[in-house]
Design a protein around this ligand. Structure first.
Ligand code: BTN
Length: 273
């Protein structure tokens, strides 16, 4: 019985339970909600008001969860993670482009540790388990143009922990999955949030030396695959041939021309592995 109550407490979003897994000196602000439109939108408002590095916004459910490239992000209630963290670092606009891939590694490590999984990364920052997406990350930033430095970034992380079989539209079930659907277990939501926060702090502080890139490449499964390069006004078939030192995707088109993609989308056409 005691185990069951503990498990239930761990899966309710609760500040003191999250803090149990953080260091005593961790004084970051936490803004937790049952329902919110989007944790990223709220975190951006807080960042604009000057809230510090590490501020956390998390919710049990989002009514307007936002994904990359203007898409929506399915965010039902009942146990998944929807969280956003404010990042403030004294770095150039160029270095800030590494945040997205650095966070992907930080989150993948946390998920693997707490959920006992082995997550892959699909460029640029989706986490996959057994060939399907379990986590999406949306990075939004504000820059100071006068000295070309980062003002702040908000990294928004959505992880499907609970089974999505009854809560996601059927067309998404072909490409998405959850930790419960893949492992049969539901990890502690508060513990995983705390682990992600610790990893984000450590990886972002160390980001400039690009050590995380080795792990990013090791987890990345797109290299060697046939893909569609999706841009605002075009779709082109290419082969993914590697990931450069800035986490850009190196692609080669049929005519032999090569290009490094730093944003946008690469849709996998054929699994060559
Ligand atoms: C993607 O896969 O396109 C990125 C999805 C990012 C979703 C997260 S959930 C928490 C945060 N709030 C949002 O509105 N979006 C991000």
């Amino acid at each position: 019985m005691a185990t069951k109550i503990l498990a239930e407490t761990e899966n309710i979003l609760n500040e003191s339970v999250i803090r149990r897994y953080l260091s005593e000196n961790d004084r970051r602000e936490m803004h937790l909600f049952d329902t919110i439109d989007s944790t990223n939108s709220f975190a951006k408002k807080l960042a604009d008001e000057g809230k510090p590095h590490g501020t956390l916004v998390a919710a049990d459910m989002q009514t307007n969860g936002r994904g990359r490239l203007g898409r929506s992000f399915c965010s039902p209630s009942g146990g998944n993670i929807y969280m956003s963290v404010i990042i403030r670092q004294d770095i150039s606009i160029e270095t800030s482009q590494l945040i997205t891939s650095c966070i992907a590694v930080a989150v993948a490590k946390a998920v693997d540790k707490i959920c006992k999984t082995k997550c892959d990364i699909k460029w640029v920052n989706d986490l996959f388990l057994n060939g399907k997406k379990i986590c999406g990350i949306l990075t939004e930033s504000s820059v100071r143009f006068e000295n070309r430095t980062l003002d702040y970034a908000v990294v928004g992380i959505g992880i499907n922990l609970k089974s999505i079989k009854n809560s996601f539209p059927s067309e998404l079930l072909e490409t998405a999955t959850s930790v419960e659907d893949e492992t049969g277990k539901i990890p502690s939501r508060c513990r995983l949030i705390a682990e992600i926060l610790k990893n984000i702090d450590a990886y972002i502080a160390d980001m400039h030396n690009r050590k995380f890139m080795e792990e990013y490449r090791n987890r990345s499964f797109i290299t060697g695959m046939d893909i569609e390069v999706v841009k605002y006004n075009s779709i082109r078939i290419a082969k993914a041939v590697g990931i450069d030192e800035n986490a850009g995707l190196i692609v080669e088109y049929d005519n032999g021309e090569r290009e490094v993609l730093n944003s946008g989308e690469a849709r996998i056409l054929k699994y060559n592995h």
